[in-house]
Design a binder for this molecule. Sequence first.
Ligand SMILES: Nc1ncnc2c1ncn2[C@@H]1O[C@H](COP(=O)(O)OP(=O)(O)OP(=O)(O)O)[C@@H](O)[C@H]1O
Length: 274
Amino acid sequence: MSAIGISGLSKTYRGGTRALDRVSLTVEAGEMVALIGASGSGKSTLIRHISGLVPADKNSGSCKIVVDGAIVQEGGRISRNIATARTDIGVIFQQFNLVPRLSVLNNVLAGLLGRMPVLRGVLGLFRKEESQLAMQALDRVGIAHTARQRASTLSGGQQQRAAIARTLVQGARVILADEPIASLDPASAKRVMGILSQINKEDGITVLVSLHQVEYARRYCKRTIAMRDGQVVFDGPSRELTTQFLRDIYGEASEELVLPDADDFGTEPMTATA
Ligand SMILES: Nc1ncnc2c1ncn2[C@@H]1O[C@H](COP(=O)(O)OP(=O)(O)OP(=O)(O)O)[C@@H](O)[C@H]1O
């Protein structure tokens, strides 16, 4: 079974911008796939559609998005069972989306809210084994020692690692990461990508990660989907994305996608504890 299936997805925003234009693609369970493209090419819009946050155009009648076997949206309508479908989808954003005044542990425990009775969740009545699960997740991403701190006291890289721990506690089978390293320094960015790669390999969690820099795609993802003006213009092995090929696809905008110091990128992927 595919982890993500998209057919005939188009999106025109109010004001007329056609952000997605007949996008169809499939991501198999257990893949880690990069989504690249210059600013405004439609990466965020695509991820927001897959997570069921935004409905596709209604007049693109045949559009359908399925994640882990559950219909997220069809024919421009979000599925009635979206709450159930979302329990399998972990979303990670560029700006971390933690609650700053809550402890790191409680932020991670929030990953359980979709799977527990509303009242217990609202009152924050988490069981001991749930807290243990959250501590294990924090340990996996290398920041168990920060569990009692307020989320606002963490560095950007640590906050992103807490956000990943939250998806682990959630039990997500598919992680959609929307530019998760765009606000991070290079060392933190490598660590975050290393953790995503690790949980992809060890837990078989499918990862779709949008990235600005193609070096990260080449290093961490076997497959890359490249977008331009709302369309998929490349879908294949990341190693085929040479600088020249990017120039052919994007012209001058390709400079946005290649790190100026690409040669210093290093050779070893970083892990959680590195
Ligand atoms: N809510 C919105 N209303 C109107 N237009 C929008 C909205 N969100 C995005 N757009 C437009 O849709 C197009 C695609 O935007 P999107 O954010 O998906 O691109 P992106 O590839 O993620 O860009 P970036 O790398 O800068 O985040 C852009 O032209 C953008 O201006």
